[in-house]
Ligand binder design. Structure first.
Ligand code: ADP
Length: 480
């Protein structure tokens, strides 16, 4: 079985969120299932810096204004196709935005180009790469891949569209239709049209043979008016083809026994060593070194993540005796509000702004708990890392958070199945209530340690998830 995975992000080469982790980790995990994966991604400067060369295997004489080519390269055991189109990708700034945070004006062309490259590979037009069995597109940036393949009118691979976050849809003006190489007939509800525009994600969801998302609960939520973000009609209509598979984590990169980012490494049998990490966090964020529990937050600063609600809850959390340590980057207003909160609660609330992978590890290794107050959460990775690191997750009861954390209500504690705390609705009061329940349990160290150890024993690796994707692929190919 051969699969072409198409995504705009790929850990460790280029990452803005969980999508990168999935696209980077799934290929190796699928190998053990007898699935051979090649990954297609844009040749961003960050990718080029880490994979400086490749074999040129295909050329596009004119890919939206200039020539481009496909490079094939290896990264360890991984098989990569890099879309080298300097006029589209070779620029400073992020993959989607300039350094000032403005979306690149040619994003429609930049990611249509990714779709066209996927079409060339998917139809077997690239030398030494016969037609794969499956093309697996991730998120809106790859959304045109299933559309281009379906519209090509040739024998084509089966297609899978995975939604990592329905909030990002890639909507572009209908006037681009012919420039993007889409036929006029495709501009329809039964096609790429979405609310008077070309919807990249919509196109993928419409044309793909199967749709997956990153947790069973999110797969349900996106079929509802509240959670469907304008796509619930299409998604509920395709419910027979839609399933949810929870993300795995990279258990080698996230291993508290070997993690070089930690002040002290530890295992489920040496949880007291976590204290050195807690103190290292406190030192860095100028938090008081006392007996208080410390809850950590690691997040993009965006509406989705509920950081505004966390900020509302801070006075009560601090009054409960907790310390809060936040690592976040994003929205300027939320950044300012967090800095303000730190000033109001010196020694009790600590904030580091910016993206800092290494500090994220230290926080997981030192926090007594991790708070995730998301308004919606397709899967969420931070709570999975927290489980592995013995930071008890306290999460909003939504999407993948609800699927991966078992609330420590009395029955679950008695049965020995609880792994954290969940709360709903997503309000400051409910969040505070959940933290207070955590504080109550923490006062009984043997129960708290049992909770930590149970989380640490969960099978969270991609090896545990890959069989689900392999089964999906096999079902699709076997279906003929
Ligand atoms: P999303 O993809 O919506 O941002 P996830 O929980 O699925 O949310 O994945 C977030 C990933 O990004 C995790 O690997 C998390 O550790 C990391 N992360 C988020 N914010 C930061 C930050 N400020 N610094 C370092 N890592 C971060």
């Amino acid at each position: 079985m051969r699969v072409l995975s198409v995504a705009s992000e790929f850990y460790p080469l280029i990452k803005t969120g969980g999508l990168a982790d999935v696209a980077g980790a799934l290929p190796a995990a699928l190998e053990t299932q007898g699935v051979e994966v090649a990954s297609l991604l844009p040749y961003y400067p960050a990718v080029k810096a880490q994979v400086p060369s490749g074999r040129s295997v295909h050329s596009f004489p004119d890919l939206f204004g200039a020539p481009a080519r496909l490079l094939r390269a290896r990264l360890g055991t991984l098989d990569l196709f890099l879309l080298d189109a300097p006029h589209l990708y070779d620029r400073p700034g992020g993959p989607y935005e300039s350094e000032t945070g403005a979306p690149w004006r040619d994003n429609a062309r930049r990611f249509a180009a990714l779709g066209l490259a996927a079409r060339a590979l998917g139809l077997g037009k690239v030398s030494a790469y016969p037609r794969p069995d499956i093309v697996h597109a991730h998120d809106w940036q790859a959304g045109l891949a299933p559309a281009y393949l379906a519209l090509a009118g040739e024998v084509r691979p089966k297609t899978v569209m995975t939604v990592h976050n329905l909030a990002f849809q890639g909507q572009y003006p209908a006037t681009l239709l012919s420039e993007l190489g889409l036929p006029p007939t495709a501009y329809s509800t039964d096609g790429v049209e979405h609310y008077g525009a070309i919807g990249f994600l919509k196109a993928g969801l419409y044309y793909a043979d199967k749709i997956t998302t990153v947790s069973p609960s999110y797969a349900q939520e996106i079929q509802t008016t509240e959670g469907g973000m304008g796509l619930h009609g299409l998604l509920s209509g395709r419910s027979a083809d839609l399933s949810g598979i929870v993300n795995g984590i990279d258990t080698a990169a996230w291993d508290p026994q070997t993690d070089p980012n930690l002040a002290a490494r530890f295992s489920a049998r040496s949880l007291s060593r976590r204290m050195a990490n807690k103190n290292a966090v406190r030192e860095r964020l100028l938090l008081m070194q006392d007996n208080s529990p410390m809850f950590v937050v690691i997040t993009r600063l965006a509406w989705q993540k509920g950081v505004d609600v966390l900020i509302d809850a801070l006075p009560q959390l601090v009054a409960s005796g907790a310390q809060i340590a936040v690592l976040g980057a994003g929205d300027a207003a939320l950044e300012a509000a967090l800095m303000g909160a730190m000033g109001e609660h010196p020694g009790r609330v600590g904030v580091q702004l910016g993206y800092d992978e290494s500090f994220a590890h230290l926080l997981q290794g030192g926090g007594d708990g991790l708070i995730v107050p998301s308004r919606f959460e397709p899967c969420g990775l931070t709570q999975l890392y927290a489980l592995r690191y013995g930071a008890v997750p306290i999460v909003a009861r939504t999407g993948g958070l609800a699927d991966t954390v078992i609330d420590a209500n009395k029955a679950a504690v008695d049965d020995g199945v609880a792994t954290g705390f969940t709360f709903a609705p997503m309000t400051a009061d409910a969040l505070v209530d959940a933290v207070q329940r955590a504080l109550t349990l923490q006062a009984k160290p043997y129960l708290w340690r049992a909770l930590q150890r149970r989380g640490m024993s969960r099978r969270l690796s991609w090896a545990a998830r890959a069989p689900d994707y392999a089964a999906l692929y096999r079902g699709l190919v076997g279906a003929g």
